[in-house]
Design a binder for this molecule. Structure first.
Ligand code: GLA
Length: 336
């Protein structure tokens, strides 16, 4: 069996997925292929999933009855173990991983691996179920209580389109990218420090804000947010509520090819992530400022969880902007 899954870049809608909000990622034209064959051996008979990788020196060898994926070595094998622990394949599997994705620079290489592996192991079902299974795999592998965006973008990508995902229903609406616009990703060079604990803390803060408000953040209004007494919770909630609005606004701006509005909304998103959600870094702020001043750039913002990682910019086609150009690509599939 051979299966492929793309990485993703999120255009806007950051730290909204785990409160059932709106996100606008796109699957990209870089991704991961898992190829291999089923081998004899049940869990009781000591069967395992064995993979080599062109991006890693050491193989992943994961027993079918693995119990703690987060403790598996080498570290990349934790994602393999996460998928094994969620899917519990009946027999072993031996094969290889090839990837064109840079590892650890914010393009969801781990989600691509999980989704490609799940398909190679025979997962069969709608993209939403595939994404949910792989989200759980990511959580048990990394200890980060991530949302579903990365895995669903990898599972449901559509060439030439971003994906408007409603994370409360997991409906996916493909949104065409405006003509004359390209997507550029620039790595800040800062690896994510403390990302796991800080991410979990943001999630807890959002839950606390919802508890204090008595309504899900997805349904909260700016007036609701203003009623929160706790300053930190108010800022966190303000980010989420305004970010959901920005996703709607940019979808409208895409349809109208309103480049000015696209730029304004992206830059507001970055400011909100920096000032209210506290997930930017000085390097990301400097990078986004530099990008915004570069001729040809329509808008720029940090992308993904933050705390390091990459910025995304929308630029005029053909403009001379530093960084990696990515195209909106199709989603994960089995290759025969
Ligand atoms: C990471 C998580 C996603 C999402 C983003 C922030 O990429 O895996 O679920 O929460 O951060 O938008």
């Amino acid at each position: 069996m051979k299966a492929y899954a793309p990485g993703r870049v999120n255009l806007i809608g950051e730290h909204t997925d785990y409160t059932g909000g709106l996100v606008l990622p796109m699957a990209i034209d870089l991704g991961t292929t898992v190829e291999g064959t089923a081998v004899d051996g049940s869990a009781a008979a000591g069967g395992d999933v064995r993979l080599s990788s062109d991006a890693e020196p050491d193989d992943a060898v994961v027993p079918l009855d693995v119990t703690d994926p987060s403790a598996v070595e080498p570290p990349w094998a934790r994602y393999v173990a996460g998928v094994v622990s969620v899917l519990r394949p009946a027999t072993g599997f031996a094969g290889s991983v090839r990837t064109t994705l840079p590892i650890g620079s914010g393009l969801s290489s781990s989600a691509a691996l999980e989704v490609a592996l799940a398909l190679a192991l025979g997962f069969d079902g709608p993209p939403q179920d595939l994404a949910r299974a792989c989200q759980e795999a990511e959580q048990v592998a990394s200890g980060v209580p991530c949302g579903v965006m990365d895995q669903l973008a990898a599972a449901a990508g559509v060439a030439g389109h971003a994906l408007l995902i409603d994370c409360s229903t997991l409906t996916v609406d493909p949104v065409p990218l405006p003509a004359g616009v390209e997507v550029v990703v620039v790595d800040s060079g800062v690896r994510r420090a403390l990302a796991a604990s800080a991410y979990a803390q943001r999630r807890t803060e959002c839950e606390a804000a919802e508890h204090a408000l008595g309504v899900p953040l997805r349904e909260a209004t700016p007036a609701d947010v203003a009623r929160l007494h706790d300053v930190v919770l108010r800022r966190r909630a303000r980010h989420v509520v305004s970010e959901n609005e920005r996703v709607r606004a940019i979808v409208g701006a895409f349809a109208a090819a309103d480049h000015t509005m696209i730029g304004v909304v992206m830059n507001e998103s970055h400011a909100s992530l920096r000032d209210d959600f506290d997930v930017s870094t000085p390097e990301l702020d400097a990078l986004v400022t530099r990008l915004m001043r570069t001729p040809g750039v329509i808008g720029a913002r940090l992308t993904g969880a933050g705390f390091g990682g990459s910025a995304v910019a929308l630029v005029h086609t053909g403009s001379d902007v530093e960084g990696r150009r990515v195209r909106a690509a199709g989603g994960a599939h089995v290759e025969r």
